[in-house]
Design a protein around this ligand. Structure first.
Ligand code: PA5
Length: 447
């Protein structure tokens, strides 16, 4: 059976093979620190053996809960922000029909999102859409106190109770939060909602294989068992027993740290399938929040090709040479589309007749990679044999493990996010939240 494959040869020439190989001891040590729990942030390593610790009863609970929502809802609103929604959206978008929202004959509810912004128009328009619709809510917040999802939950819970009645609404709300702490836990206990726990030792951005990701993915109709199986394969393959040269997480961590050291400060995650857009958003959070601290860290950016070749392509080919690319390539699409012959050939495209559209896409991918390498952009490639649950599970765990290793090599704590608190403090002070009186005075003096 094929597995996802990392190729780093198109980075050589920018950094030497020897320099990357020289990371072996450091990278293996970082991987060991993860395994033995001896590094910074070691109280947040619950994700490390999550795939192998998920048992049949847990998966059954997820699937049964998903079935209640599937049987009773046309729409399920996943409420959460950051790590509490990006993983689910990444997987659901990658596996869904590109025009999912237009499909009239549905086997599964449509999944929409709230609590990931505070846009008044967004919330107004969502609530209008949900009027007279049978909808349910999955409310996700590890801390149970994050403002954006809490605000959305109050609005949508009220609407659901008005539309279905308080008792019926109870069966259509599932909360995923801390086992004891936080306002969401208190509320769920008092109202008697079905709940799942986010374990203390799993940070938001590493939580996609917990109920945070698995429940919404199951509601959307996808196979969470296969997703977990794929992750389990990578848990073993990226572990400390796999030698450096064959360990994709170790190789990725080594090459990106060497590229960073050589002045490549920005990593652009590239896809050639627009369904992968949110995989990049999830990846950006994973690497940005994990590595961007203490004045250090590769800036994670992303583009969707070939679309963005017609916009950002100029910058990538020709702008400041501070970037490298990591291309996610899908070997075999799920559908076949043969380009037709046209006798008149007015568009001059008969040279493509009989070819698959994917062949054109693949040549765009290869041509772009060669052009960018020629233009001074190192290229890494991660090939997925297919876009399905199993390989997405592999990809997720590979990126998580490599992120932990890479963060340790960089010398940061990959599992905290002190920088995200600054805006919250100012926002609460400006909104005059009780308890923030001093901060309110101080911030008003600055205005
Ligand atoms: O990765 C993280 O820890 C963050 O992105 C959180 O997931 C995000 O801030 C949401 O936090 P919470 O789940 O506590 O509402």
């Amino acid at each position: 059976m094929e597995n996802i494959k990392l190729s780093i040869d198109k980075a050589f020439g920018f950094v030497s093979q020897e320099a990357v190989a020289a990371y072996q001891a450091q990278v293996e040590n970082a991987n060991k620190m993860l395994e033995e729990g001896t590094g910074k942030g070691n109280d947040f390593l619950g994700w490390l053996h999550l795939p192998s610790s998920i048992d049949a009863a847990h998966l059954m609970d997820i699937e049964n809960t998903a079935k209640v929502l599937k049987d009773n809802c046309e729409v399920v609103v996943v409420i959460g922000i950051g790590g509490s929604y990006l993983g689910a959206k990444a997987v659901i978008d990658a596996l869904s029909n590109s025009f999912d929202w237009l499909q009239t004959e549905r086997k599964n509810p449509i999944v929409v999102y709230a609590g990931q912004n505070i846009g008044e128009d967004y919330l107004y328009e969502l609530q209008e859409l949900l009027k007279n619709k049978k909808f349910g809510i999955i409310s996700i917040s590890k801390s149970g106190t994050t403002t954006e999802p809490a605000l959305a939950f109050r609005l949508l819970k009220t609407q659901l109770e008005e539309q279905r009645g308080k008792e019926a609404a109870k069966k259509l709300i599932v909360c995923i939060t801390d086992k004891a702490r936080g306002a969401l836990r208190t509320l769920a206990t008092q109202e008697g909602y079905k709940t799942f726990v986010i374990e203390d030792n799993i940070g938001g951005r590493f939580s996609v294989l917990s109920p945070v990701g698995l429940l919404p993915i199951a509601v959307a109709g996808f196979d969470v068992r296969s997703l977990v199986e794929g992750a389990l394969f990578m848990e073993k393959h990226c572990g400390t027993e796999t030698p450096f040269a064959e360990n994709p997480a170790c190789q990725y961590a080594a090459v990106r740290n060497e590229l960073y050291k050589s002045g490549k400060k920005i990593e652009i995650l590239v896809n050639f399938h627009p369904k992968l857009h949110y995989v990049s958003e999830w990846w950006k959070q994973l690497y940005g929040e994990s590595e961007g601290k203490d004045g250090k860290g590769i800036y994670p950016a992303s583009v969707d090709f070939t679309t963005d070749l017609h916009s950002m392509g100029q910058w990538i080919q020709d702008g400041e040479r501070s970037i490298f690319e990591t291309v996610i390539s899908v070997k075999e699409p799920n559908h076949t589309k043969i380009f037709p012959h046209d006798d008149a050939n007015l568009d001059g495209l008969n040279f493509l007749a009989g070819k698959r559209v994917d062949e054109v896409n693949k040549m765009a991918e290869l041509g772009t990679m060669l052009a960018h390498v020629d233009g001074g952009v190192p290229n890494l490639k991660i090939e997925l044999p297919k876009l399905n649950e199993y390989y997405l599970g592999q990809l997720i765990y590979f990126f998580e493990r490599a992120c932990g290793i890479s963060g340790y090599v960089l010398g940061v704590n990959p599992f905290d996010q002190p920088g995200v608190e600054a805006y919250k403090k100012n926002m609460f002070a400006l909104l005059e939240k009780p308890g923030y009186e001093e901060a309110t005075k101080a911030i008003k003096a600055r205005l």
